[in-house]
Design a protein around this ligand. Structure first.
Ligand code: SF4
Length: 429
């Protein structure tokens, strides 16, 4: 069965899910390719490589220099499936069945030659034209994602778990840093808090779309510039919140800290805490996250996630897991239903304690330790969305704060469809 027939078959089989969610998950898992014409348009927001590569091929193998010519995200709509506007992160794969091309003067998405939807690119925000004292581009210092909703601040573009080959096995952060530098991109290893504040000043002045920022970077195991991990990240939040108090919802993606360190983040101004557990279960966690296992350990990690609710409030603790990585071919499940049952055990564990995990879609990046390999089947993602939503409703949770509006046609979270499968609300984002 070709990819198009398989997609349509899944849309028919999983009618409890919006078709937008299935198309989105399939594009995220298989990546996208672009025609010359589709890459030759101007004035769209480019893929800024905000932290990882999130591509299915290395830059050096991109024959058409796609890495500097494709948009960060596409928004698809219409077509035979009558899709509501759906925002999808771009993962480059020159061999993908999904193609963005121009036909009849309109950007269109096709799959195996079958037209699926109209396509839009996110326009270049006005603030992208502003100049910084350092000469660095705004898109390097303060890129936006999620159709302009989220400012993504990667303060530290490396992770010390790589120093001992203990990095999370799906992660290419340090190797992506090297390939971006080799490709000539200005890519700042450690950003200065003042540089970030300067760039945010332009956004504050010129933008009304961004509602949140995420502060993140690699893990710091010993110290960085003589500073321990919590202190390192706290100083960014303090600098931002001193200058722009509560201007945006503040989120931090960092390790699972003890309660007193969580309190320091909270006191500095962090509202939403993302201590990502990546994959459920002691055994898989130890194989996939060897560094986190050595330094913190699975049991302690997940217990710290729950304890952090004392500081942030349970709805504001949103740990991520990498959807699909438990089906990797090196140490994972080969059976979809067993993988889903395993992951659902973790979802139940957290959600029964008031914490709602979210997921990103695993991208088997060639520079990650797991290496290039086939993505999990589309049925895995369909079943994951169904189970996630079922457990979410079972415990009576509300859509997470800091993600914009939920529901098909409204969701902007672009690296999985978890927000697309919830009921729409009219609450402000
Ligand atoms: S903690 Fe893991 S996922 Fe995060 S940057 Fe380090 S290696 Fe990558």
């Amino acid at each position: 069965m070709n990819a198009f027939s398989e997609l349509i078959q899944h849309v028919e089989q999983f009618q409890a899910l919006p078709p937008e969610a299935l198309v989105k998950q399939d594009i995220l898992r298989l990546g996208l390719r672009f025609s010359e014409a589709a890459m030759s348009l101007s004035a769209f927001k480019p893929k800024d490589y905000f932290i990882f590569s999130f591509d299915l091929v290395e830059i050096k193998k991109m024959q058409a220099e796609e890495h500097r010519r494709v948009p960060e995200e596409i928004r698809i709509s219409g077509g035979n499936l009558n899709l509501r506007p759906t925002v999808i992160s771009v993962r480059i794969n020159p061999l993908s069945p999904y193609l963005v091309d121009i036909q009849d003067n309109q950007l269109r998405l096709s799959c195996e030659g079958q037209i699926l939807a109209d396509v839009e690119y996110h326009p270049l925000p006005d603030f992208y034209f502003e100049k910084l004292k350092s000469g660095k581009p705004m898109g390097e210092m303060t890129p936006v994602l999620e159709w302009g909703y989220l400012i993504y601040l990667t303060a530290y573009r490396m992770c010390q778990y790589f120093n001992k080959d203990e990095q999370c096995q799906f992660c290419d952060i340090n190797r992506n840093f090297v390939q971006q530098r080799k490709a000539g991109k200005p890519y700042t290893g450690i950003k200065d808090p003042e540089e970030i504040v300067e760039a945010l000043g332009h956004i504050d002045r010129l933008d009304t779309k961004a509602k949140a920022y995420t502060l993140t970077g690699g893990s710091i195991i010993t110290d960085l510039q003589g500073t321990h991990e919590v202190d390192f990240y706290v100083r960014y939040v303090e600098a931002i919140e001193a200058r722009f108090p509560k201007r945006w919802i503040s989120k931090a993606v960092v390790q699972a800290f003890e309660v007193q360190d969580c309190q320091r983040l909270k006191d500095a101004g962090v509202q939403i805490y993302h201590p990502n557990y990546e994959v459920w279960g002691e055994e898989l966690f130890s194989k996939i996250c060897p560094g986190k296992t050595r330094v913190i350990g699975f049991e302690r990690w997940i217990n710290r996630v729950v304890e952090s609710a004392q500081v942030f409030g349970a709805p504001n603790v949103i740990p991520n897991f990498v959807g699909g990585v438990e089906m990797n071919t090196v140490c994972g499940f080969s059976d979809v239903d067993r993988a889903i049952d395993h992951t659902a055990e973790g979802l139940d564990w957290f959600m029964s304690r008031g914490i709602v995990p979210r997921f990103t879609t695993w991208c088997p990046e060639p520079l990650a330790a797991l290496g290039p390999q086939p993505a999990p089947p589309l049925a895995y993602f369909a079943k994951l969305l169904l189970r996630w939503r079922e457990i979410f409703h079972h415990y009576g949770h509300q859509p997470p704060p800091g993600y914009g509006q939920p529901g098909p046609g409204k969701a902007v979270f672009s690296v999985s469809a978890f927000m697309d499968v919830l009921e729409p609300t009219n609450e402000p984002a």
